[in-house]
Design a protein around this ligand. Structure first.
Ligand code: EPU
Length: 294
């Protein structure tokens, strides 16, 4: 950790120590991401109830600590220096109630469970329900917004509000929750018609590098039916490497961690890819990946 980090960690322990759930100070964040990259947080708190998460956010704000949520950590790049603040994990928020054809799922429920329940278009996407709603995760078959009935999220005042679907501001890989940094606490979903997930999972395993740590697609598709993977591929960038970060040979919109990649390696590779695609195609690829602290 950086100089002064010990003070920050101790202060957070004092501020949050009485809340229910698990508090880990000086926690390495790499194991909390699918990229397996990044430094430590001052503290990581895993509440087991929505009210405790809300209280932790209010206290972090009151004492001036930066904070952020992490679900499955599947779209995150944590800087090598870590995060000088509080990370709130939703992994303990796993409520699951089915009533009147609506599933109410806690933010930490794995998306794979929801896909099996009745959201086939999400098959194979890693991560949790809360993260998926915030970034409107999806595949070419649709996104989670297609099934959302309501979303319960925390307002900056500390009050919990239920947003009906049409107030969620869903667009391609985005929502009001991501734009305004409102922690998602729980989600109401309508079931889709049933469909066998196996062919979708096989197709994903065929076309994507699932055997190496990565954060999925790094860039958003730029619109007009263009695919970021195709653009990067056409520039001949598959296999380009900085340190242990490499543009996948399997799918060019993936950057994989070959073992000891640093966040700075990934960011250098991202810059290189963006420049190459811009000079060849006149398209600036924007990040789907979220860089913590930016
Ligand atoms: N392509 C290439 N070279 C590559 C990769 C792709 O030429 O290295 C071509 C493919 O042949 C295809 C086109 O690009 O003609 C599109 O590729 P693909 O079908 O793999 O879809 P994608 O647009 O790259 C999107 C999502 C994926 C999702 C897949 C499948 C985005 C940025 N990506 O990928 O989501 O799994 O569709 O539904 O929207 C993610 O968000 O992390 C992610 C992986």
């Amino acid at each position: 950790m950086e100089a002064g980090a010990g003070d920050g960690a101790r202060a957070l322990q004092r501020i949050l120590g009485d809340l229910p759930g698990e508090l880990r100070v000086g926690e390495p964040l790499a194991p909390h991401t699918t990229f397996r990259i990044g430094g430590r947080a001052y503290a990581l708190y895993r509440p087991t109830a929505e009210a405790a998460l809300a209280e932790a956010v209010v206290r972090a704000r009151t004492y001036g600590f930066p904070w952020r949520m992490v679900g499955g950590g599947s779209k995150l790049l944590v800087p090598d220096r870590g995060f000088p603040g509080l990370v709130l994990s939703t992994k303990g928020l796993v409520s699951w109630v089915e009533r009147d054809a609506i599933l109410s799922a806690g933010a930490g429920v794995p998306l794979s469970r929801v896909a099996r329940w009745g959201a086939w278009q999400l098959a194979g996407i890693p991560g949790t329900v809360g993260g998926a709603v915030a970034m409107n995760a999806g595949t070419r078959h649709g996104s989670i917004a297609d099934q959302v009935a309501w979303v319960q999220a925390l307002l900056p005042t500390g009050r919990v509000h239920t947003f009906p679907r049409d107030e969620c501001g869903f667009t391609y890989r985005d929502s009001v929750f991501r734009r305004l940094r409102l922690p998602v606490l729980a989600v109401g979903l309508r079931r889709q018609v049933w469909r066998d997930l196996a062919p979708l999972l096989v197709e994903r395993a065929r076309s994507q590098p699932l055997g190496l740590p990565s954060a999925g697609c790094v860039f958003r598709n730029p619109g007009d039916g263009k695919s970021a993977g195709w653009l990067v591929d056409q520039c001949g960038l598959k296999g380009t490497r900085v340190g242990d970060a490499v543009v996948s040979e399997h799918h060019a919109n993936f950057i994989c961690n070959l073992g000891r990649a640093r966040a700075s390696d990934v960011l250098q590779l991202v810059d290189h890819v963006q420049e190459q695609v811009a000079t060849r195609f006149g398209v600036w690829l924007s990040l789907e990946l979220e860089v913590v602290g930016e």
